[in-house]
Design a protein around this ligand. Structure first.
Ligand code: PEP
Ligand code: MG
Length: 536
């Protein structure tokens, strides 16, 4: 028996089952250079493989939106031209040309600091493997055929493997690679399959068919458990299922404290798929729609029309408030198609609203798209990283300018649309009373606020234990912002990670927070905390 501790829990739960070791067929390229005459045939082979994969993805996209994104990658003209250039120009065969191009694409994503974008590299590789399997005429093992209870262990799983899994048989997933925001993790979470990712070296320790216990609540794997461990895990599993059922039974209850204060439980989302997932938790709205993902997961600045379609779909999905945060890039969030000048201190540099106010035409495209979508639901606009009244006024003036343009064009929008701001800089805390007179709502971004108040880089592992949103300075700042908002009768929410931390719920309720917005996976736990809390 061996016990391993893991820190990346992608989907919670407890599982006990034999291991199914997932072995990928060899998809590495065979052959190298080709002659002038052969290259035309290689081009044809590549384009045939690409078309077959596109057809397959079109079919899959009807079942799961993730494959719509995959289809976009597979249809990407830069990818196609990249492979063709290697075949025609460098005389590589189709397999080698494809392999190298996919590696180059994936490396671009992998070099990004943003965790979400980093993991989009896995999607590119997934497409590459699909095309490679087509080119080589190899069948990948079909995980959809697993029909006995197992825990699937793999070096990595791709979204296309994961969607096929049948959750009544696949009791758990363990991968050596991948992160918690990878699409595999997102799918596993939506299928309620306990999943641990990034467990380096685990495949060398596991044997096919050997029993494993996994605790994806606390991040523990027990290999070849003895009788006592098996009994302990059976108990844990029962307790966990009971807790799950209990949490689900609470979903129908509005989030009201024992003292009768109604608070709003909202979700942080990046796309329509996230909203669908969060709706199952009975949310009161979306407190943060990260519009930057639409810009980051792209090959160009999304046009007004492209953005409008995305915001419209989101607004139609959720009748309650949909808070769209305007573009928040810079810092650690880069764009694959836009060169940022190197900065000494990117987190103190050209980011978020600073970029939007400097690139007014781009900003107006986003604002017009949001305004146009506002007739389909209850849309709110939120500006990130504000430090001065001047910035808030300039941003609001641009909203007014867009409204006037839409009026002139006869295009409708919600005339009462609210414009609020994130409180995530020390300046906005200190000026909260003034801001509250001009903003329609506040949302506290504790991720940045903590780093700026404590002068502790949010991404620096060396000082990670100093990054603490329970620090009295942060807690006091939150209290001050809530009081300032309430004095002017505006709603104060929070969309930083602290809002989804159930340990923070009592103190945030005590301070008077009105709205808690968090990733979907935390909602059940925070709701339970709110319902059981005697604070006001
Ligand atoms: C925050 O800063 O708390 C926040 C929600 O924004 P982000 O994490 O995207 O900077
Ligand atoms: Mg922030």
């Amino acid at each position: 028996m061996e016990q391993i501790y893991v820190d990346k829990t992608a989907s919670r739960g407890i599982a006990v089952a034999p291991v199914y070791l997932y072995q990928e067929p060899d998809l590495s390229p065979v052959g190298e250079l080709v002659s002038e005459e052969q290259s035309a045939a290689e081009l044809e082979k590549f384009n045939r493989a690409r078309e077959n994969v596109q057809k397959e993805l079109e079919h899959l996209a009807q079942e799961n939106e993730i494959f719509a994104a995959h289809l976009e990658i597979a249809s990407d003209i830069v990818l196609k031209e990249g492979v063709e250039a290697k075949i025609s120009g460098e005389k590589k065969n189709a397999q080698l040309a494809l392999w190298e191009t996919i590696e180059e694409f994936a490396a671009i994503f992998a070099s990004m600091d943003d965790a979400y974008m980093k993991e989009r590299g896995a999607d590119v590789k997934d497409i590459g493997k699909r095309m490679m399997a087509e080119l080589k005429g190899v069948k990948r093992p079909d995980l959809g055929r697993l029909e006995t209870e197992v825990i699937v262990a793999a070096r990595d799983l791709y979204p296309s493997d994961t969607v096929k899994l049948k959750s009544e048989f696949v009791k758990g997933i363990i991968t050596e690679e991948g992160g918690v925001t990878s699409h595999v993790s997102i799918i596993a979470k939506s299928m309620n399959i306990p999943t641990l990712v990034g467990v380096r070296g685990i495949l060398d320790k596991l044997t096919d068919g050997g029993t494993v216990c996994m605790d994806a609540e606390n991040g523990v794997i027990v290999i070849e458990p003895d009788e006592a461990a098996l009994a302990e895990y059976e108990e844990k599993k029962k307790a966990c299922e009971k807790e799950r059922a209990y949490l689900e039974s609470l979903r129908s209850k509005p989030a009201v404290t024992k003292h009768g204060k109604r608070v709003f439980l909202c979700a942080n989302v990046g796309n329509a798929e996230d909203i669908r997932h969060a709706l199952a938790m009975n949310i009161d709205g979306v407190g943060l729609f990260r519009s930057e993902l639409l810009y980051m997961d792209n090959t160009h600045f999304p046009t007004e029309e492209e953005q409008y379609q995305v915001y419209k779909e989101a607004a139609e999905l959720i009748p309650q408030e949909l808070t769209i945060r305007t573009l928040d890039i810079g810092g650690d969030k880069e764009l694959p198609y836009f060169e940022f000048e190197k900065e000494e201190n990117p987190f103190l540099g050209w980011r978020a609203i600073r970029i939007s106010l400097d690139m007014k035409e781009m900003f107006k495209e986003q604002l017009r798209a949001i305004l146009r979508a506002s007739v389909y639901g209850h849309v709110r606009i939120m500006f990130p990283m504000i430090i001065s009244l001047e910035e808030l006024r300039d941003a609001k003036e641009l909203v007014e300018e867009c409204k006037r343009e839409l009026d002139a064009e006869g295009i409708s929008y919600d005339k009462n649309i609210e414009t609020g701001m994130m409180i995530e800089t020390p300046a906005s805390v200190l000026l909260a009373e003034e801001f509250a007179k001009e903003a329609d709502f506040f949302s506290i971004g504790t991720n940045d606020l903590t780093q700026y108040l404590l002068a502790v880089d949010r991404g620096n592992k060396k000082i990670a234990e100093k990054y603490d949103y329970f620090h009295p300075a942060v807690v006091r700042a939150i209290g001050k912002v809530i009081d300032a908002g309430h004095k002017e009768n505006i709603k104060v929410g929070m969309c930083g990670e602290m809002a989804g931390d159930k340990k923070a719920t009592p103190v945030l309720l005590e301070l008077g927070l009105d709205e808690f917005s968090m990733s979907a996976g935390s909602i059940d736990y925070v709701r339970k905390q709110i319902l059981g809390t005697g604070f006001f």
